[in-house]
Write a protein that binds this ligand. Structure first.
Ligand code: HEM
Length: 241
């Protein structure tokens, strides 16, 4: 199979993002190594079979989160392709050992406020982040208040500019991706971050909490998912233990 155009799926507007978290059952822990490896090999087959249509990223949450053990981030131009992957995953031999721990749906959109920002700010937002491995991923679902949505675009733009000013010092060490979820889920945004520096990320959140825009947040996290990025083979190796 030809792989889906990952770069496009990860960067373009109008792409669906699904975050599906799973716990592993206790029964899984009691399987012997050959059985685990057989199931994980089948899992690998399912992931590979869908790579033509969807881009799949994997994260290990086990040990860092009590919400789930593994997280799948799935991007697709058509949400039905993400659903097909998850349905096949459930139907695979591994499926009976996976406990659903939450699914979030959102979509990428063109920036709403950035086009109105000063040129310098636009340029700062375009600078590349630090190269090198980015081990941690963080997912924070967010819902804003009715008051926020009732404000006119200009008022919201001023506050989003403040948000961006407060956040820009962390732009180099924290990679971000925004998904819009209103109507697709019980939230307005899924915010996704990658970093190698959790202290920076923590300080970034503290800075953003001081900005006026934050007053309009009704849900922040619940859950916050913190995990480590893994390749399929790395994840398989960890789960086979
Ligand atoms: C939106 C920058 C970190 C939550 C935005 C936008 C920018 C931005 C430019 C506006 C996008 C648009 O034009 O539509 C940054 C930068 C960050 C950062 C540079 C640091 C690397 C965060 C963090 C959170 C967050 C840590 C919360 C956990 C949001 C949300 C929106 C948003 C919810 C959408 C707001 C709305 O449209 O009402 N961010 N951000 N951002 N950001 Fe951040």
């Amino acid at each position: 199979y030809a792989a889906a155009d990952r770069d496009k799926l990860l960067s373009e507007p109008g792409i669906y993002g699904t975050f599906a978290a799973f716990g592993l059952t206790e029964e899984w822990g009691r399987l012997d190594a050959p059985a685990k490896i057989a199931h994980l090999t089948a899992l690998k087959g399912v992931v590979e079979q869908h790579r033509e249509k969807v881009a799949i990223d994997l994260y290990l949450l086990r040990g860092l989160s009590d919400h789930a053990d593994v997280l799948f981030r799935i991007h697709a131009a058509d949400l039905r392709d993400s659903q097909k992957f998850l349905v096949d995953l459930h139907a695979s031999p591994m499926g009976r050992y996976l406990k659903g721990a939450g699914v979030l749906n959102g979509m990428s959109k063109k920036a709403n406020y950035v086009p109105g920002f000063p040129d310098q700010m636009k340029a700062d937002l375009k600078t590349a982040s630090e190269p090198g491995p980015v081990p941690y991923a963080i997912v924070i679902p967010i819902r804003k208040s009715a008051e926020w949505w009732a404000l006119d675009q200009e008022k919201r733009a001023v506050m989003m500019k403040e948000h961006t000013e407060a956040a820009l010092p962390y732009h180099k060490t924290v990679k971000r991706k925004l998904y819009h979820s209103s109507g697709l889920d019980d939230l307005d945004f899924i915010t996704y971050f990658e970093t190698s520096n959790l202290e920076d990320f923590h300080n970034l959140i503290l800075s953003l909490e001081k900005v006026k825009e934050f007053q309009y947040t009704r849900r922040f996290g619940h859950p916050t998912l913190l995990g480590t990025s893994k390749s399929l083979d790395q994840l398989i190796e960890t789960l086979a233990q």
